[in-house]
Write a protein that binds this ligand. Structure first.
Ligand code: 3HC
Ligand code: NAI
Length: 696
């Protein structure tokens, strides 16, 4: 047929096998092969056809690398129509993941069987797309619009069991021999003269549907995925499935699919998909570097971060010893962990048995002798170099020689910490983000002497605990927080020049970020930043000519530490995280400008967005120049998964690329002219702008 699709006879059953590694995507040659194979199956004397895949998975979707280029024939729909019109039973045999176009292909088969471990879903929405192979028209006909809306707008796959319960899967067959199970199922269909069930003809579940369901879905999607266009278009399609005949609904789906496929949002989200996978690669890592097995872990420090970090390992089924300096802190830390689990259980995310099982994997300890056998230690004690050094010196003698020692420091020099041990090759940073049990990002900080084996192990651990690991180099703040420093700086300068907190945050929020920089300060705690500034001797030891805004210090001195004290840049009602503008702070800001002799001016939203975003981008460019990040797309991944940057903008570096680096550079130069103390255009930005280049 084609090199990736074969057709063979197995007795009286025709077997079509797809073999297009790594994930059997529906590339052009696969579509052609399917078309040819089903054509042959239609014309021979076999009694039924089984569609199955080699390798690790059933078809995992369209070939995303083909998007953005003219689609070569045959079309998805032409291929699918051929399958659905087969004049004998077509059975899809699913293992691994039948996703997107893969599930849509299976929905065109008359029946579906699956291995118990299989998962099926329509994840197109997370690529800024909608199912464009008839999925939005067929799935509601099969499982009803409400369930279909859930599957299509969330993009979350179902287990085989769930899929069977709603009617997507007809039978779960023996994992060990999927083909035998599928053939037996096909023979049963033939023996029973079962009808050729064409999903397109099932109209019961899409008739008489109350349109209010779709308005409610639109509102929900707006609240949960603010600013994303694709969920809204997905809902439009499901509504069309309930209000139009199949062919007209399909035409509507195609029209909207073309619309989202060419959208900037989808380009950005597809960029993030590939960026996430590229981030897992370390350019100079020798092929065949194998990670060490991590079977037992210790976490040092049961504070804000340590407890959350320990939960990650317990969630992954890895026993973890949580070691503290004192009984009181240990008990407190464990109580917070339990409360977090209990809250999740209340929300239905875990059963109480699962909570107990996870708590059972966390062993509290006050004694370094208890961690002699662990394979990995994550240190999360106070952010103080002397304390960290003392802890690492103890860890070096307390643990076995091949144990990896990781620090969760957010600002300290990992090389200096490594130097107190006799195994600097086994030391690195693992920078979790708060709350550590929730945030997906993990900055893996590569020290001067960190070995490839240690790095590879950290990457494997990231995957095991469901984090997105991004390797970064040692510098103050690593990638994310180093850039944030300049972003936060501009937010404060905007305050002294004429904005109020809500102006700055409003503009950034409207751009699509989860929250603005000042609201983020209130969330993280203004005392945290204040302590860091004091450690650095600021503002007294400010470098010559640098610009400093003391507004956050003044707010801190009022005892306003942010959400935790009910007041910071904003005021908060008890038990509510909604920021309310506060006249007291507005007056404080106005007074500050006056005392500093700054004439306040009206500053537009465009300038707010440019200054905050380009501050990120300019520092991102420096980070790239210095090799602290391996690639611009790594920075994008860090901002999307660690800082609430909307995936539909593709991260700050991709965002700058879409604006055009010549435009960005020109603005940065203008800012630098007006305010040389806070803006120095990055040479890489200049170079790319002048040569018509892009970060990505
Ligand atoms: N097209 C092209 N390449 C793909 C791909 C796809 N649909 N899915 C995965 N790949 C590539 C990855 O980029 C990666 O390449 P690399 O090794 O060069 O980095 C390789 O396949 C392996 O992928 P993962 O590292 O993600 O492998 P995992 O085993 O961890 O996960 C998976 C497998 C669950 C299938 C995951 O890859 C995935 O979620 N893929 C995307 C599924 C998807 O979104 N499908 C819908 C596509 S859109 C569509 O179908 C439109 C239709 O409605 C018309
Ligand atoms: P925390 O103050 O909440 O917790 C630190 C814990 O370490 C305390 O419970 C303390 O009793 C314990 N501890 C101190 N010295 C110890 C020792 N010698 N042995 C054992 N335990 C000891 O601090 P937090 O916020 O959890 O921070 C921990 C580390 O994580 C710091 O390095 C911090 O910079 C970093 N970090 C913090 C983030 C945050 O948002 N809080 C985000 C990312 C990193």
């Amino acid at each position: 047929m084609t090199h990736s699709v074969s057709y063979t006879r197995d007795g009286d059953i025709g077997v079509i096998t797809v073999n297009n590694p790594p994930v059997n995507a529906l590339s052009q040659h696969v579509r052609q092969g399917l078309l040819d194979s089903f054509r042959q199956a239609a014309s021979d004397d076999t009694v039924a056809t089984v569609l199955i895949c080699d390798g690790r998975t059933f078809i995992a979707g369209a070939d995303i690398t083909e998007f953005g280029k003219p689609l070569q024939p045959p079309s998805f729909l032409g291929t699918m129509e051929m399958i659905e019109n087969l004049p004998k039973p077509a059975v899809a045999a699913i293992h691994g993941t039948a996703l997107g176009g893969g599930l849509e292909t299976a929905l065109c088969c008359h029946y579906r069987v699956a291995a118990a471990s299989a998962r099926v879903g329509l994840p197109e929405v997370s690529l800024g797309l909608l199912p464009g192979g008839g999925g939005t028209q067929r799935l509601p006909r099969l499982i009803g619009p409400e369930a279909a809306l859930q599957v299509i707008t969330s993009g979350v796959p179902m287990t085989a069991g769930q899929a069977q319960a709603v009617g997507v899967i007809d039978e779960i067959v023996d994992e060990a021999d999927l083909l035998a199970g599928a053939k037996a199922f096909a023979h049963k269909l033939v023996a029973e003269a079962a009808p050729l069930k064409k999903v397109r003809d099932l109209n019961d579940k899409v008739t008489g549907v109350d349109p209010a369901m779709f308005d409610a879905a639109r509102q929900r999607a707006n609240a949960e995925r603010r600013g994303f266009e694709a969920p809204q278009r997905c809902i439009d399609c499901v509504e069309a499935a309930c209000s139009l005949p199949f062919d007209e609904g399909l035409a509507k789906e195609q029209e909207l699919f073309r619309q989202v496929l060419t959208s900037q949002q989808s380009a950005a989200q597809r960029h993030i998909f590939f960026a996430e996978r590229a981030a897992a690669k370390v350019a100079d890592m020798p092929k065949g570097t194998t990670p060490l097995a991590i079977k037992r872990v210790a976490v040092i420090g049961a504070g804000t971060m340590g407890g959350g970090i320990a939960m990650n390992f317990a969630n992954a089924g890895i026993p973890v010893t949580l070691l503290e300096a004192g009984r009181e802190f240990l008990d407190k830390g464990l109580a917070v962990v339990r409360a977090n689990y209990d809250r999740s259980a209340k929300r239905g995310r875990f059963t109480t048995a699962q909570v107990e099982q996870r708590m059972g994997l966390i062993t509290p300890s006050l004694n370094y002798a208890d961690i002699a056998e662990v394979d990995l230690v994550v240190e999360a004690v106070f952010e103080n170099m002397d304390v960290k050094k003392e802890v690492f010196a103890r860890l070096d003698t307390a643990t076995k020689p091949d144990c990896i020692l990781a620090t969760n420091t957010s600002t300290l020099d990992v090389n200096e910490i490594a130097a107190v041990t006799k195994r600097p090759d086994k030391v690195l940073g693992t920078h979790f983000f708060s709350p550590a049990n929730v945030m997906r990002l993990l900055e893996i900080v590569r020290g001067e002497k960190t070995s490839f084996e240690t790095l590879a192990t950290a990457q494997a651990v990231a995957k095991t605990i469901n984090k997105i690991g991004v390797v970064v180099g040692v510098c103050d703040g690593f990638v994310g927080n180093r850039m944030l420093h300049y972003y936060g700086g501009q937010a404060q300068f905007l305050l002294e020049e004429g904005c109020m907190p809500q102006d700055v945050d409003g503009a950034v929020y409207d751009l699509g970020l989860a929250m603005g920089p000042l609201a983020m300060g209130d969330l993280a705690g203004l005392d945290v930043g204040w302590r860091v500034r004091r450690e650095r001797g600021l503002p007294e030891r400010l470098p010559e000519g640098a610009r400093y805004c003391a507004i956050p210090d003044l707010i801190y001195e009022k005892g306003r530490y942010g959400q935790k004290t009910g007041a910071g840049y904003y005021r908060y009602e008890a038990g509510d995280r909604t920021p309310h503008p506060d006249p007291e702070i507005e007056q404080l800001i106005i007074n500050y400008s006056r005392e500093k002799g700054i004439e306040r001016r009206s500053i537009g939203r465009e300038e707010i967005v440019e200054r905050t975003m380009y501050a990120l981008v300019n520092e991102g460019a420096r980070i790239l120049e210095e090799g602290i990040a391996q690639r611009a797309s790594d920075i994008d991944v860090i901002y999307v998964y660690g800082y609430g940057f909307p995936a539909y903008l593709g991260g700050p570096m991709f965002y700058a690329d879409t604006i055009g680096l010549d435009t960005v550079y020109k603005r940065v130069c203008e800012f630098a002219e007006q305010d040389p103390a806070s803006w120095q255009p990055a040479p890489l930005l200049k170079q790319l702008a002048e040569t018509g280049g892009a970060f990505n």
